[in-house]
Design a protein around this ligand. Sequence first.
Ligand SMILES: NC(=O)c1ccc(NCc2ccccc2N2CCOCC2)nc1
Length: 250
Amino acid sequence: MWVGVVSLFPEMFEALTRQGVTGRAVDKGHIELAFWNPRDYATDRHRTVDDRPYGGGPGMLMKVDTLRAAIHDARSQAEAATGQRPRVIYLSPQGRRLDQRGARELASGPPLVVVAGRYEGIDERVVEADIDEEWSIGDYVLSGGELPAMVLIDAAARLVPGVLGHQDSALEDSFNDGLLDCPHYTRPEDVDGRRVPDVLLSGHHGAIRRWRLKQSLGRTWLRRPDLLEGRTLNDEQQALLKEFIEEYAL
Ligand SMILES: NC(=O)c1ccc(NCc2ccccc2N2CCOCC2)nc1
């Protein structure tokens, strides 16, 4: 997956490029990350990258010419590197809500150019002319678009085949797709008197799979019943959820 990042603070993205799953994926070439900093396009002595808002009001906006130049070069490089036109994405509270389905879409689509806003945001004409899609990671306001950009990139990158060594392609709908995860346990068997569920020690893989599915269904029913709305459960899932609810009601 090819991702171009337009940001005034590219060093923030070292959290992705130098650590963990995404860091290894970059090293192995599963993910390519390239950066364009609007400040590199500033021609004045002070290397200005912000500008005053028409109509007054507090704060500044990102300067139009330096931002557009950076987006333009990132877009050109995306096409040169992949032969495909990129999706240019802007992270903002006004955007489409990112969820796992959206992450899958982004992971399996064309290259991305991700634009991280700073100051109070960017000129609406840049949104209209240069941005293809606005996305939001949630209904809250952050001081810049870099953290949301990293969240979006991480969520998509981990779904790229080969990035997560242990799973088959996470892009396929595994059983917990759309359900909350089941509880997990590791050594020791006893933590302050709390034991590991016997089924997980039994070695019965079929029973273990059913237990985990039952826990995922039950947790989803308890904590996020909205995720079960409009979802048809197969016979096994219906039976397991029924069992969970009956035990829960006791
Ligand atoms: N929910 C999200 O995905 C999200 C994304 C970005 C973001 N902030 C950068 C930003 C980007 C665009 C417009 C305004 C702003 N802000 C700049 C700082 O002032 C507030 C407005 N915050 C939350």
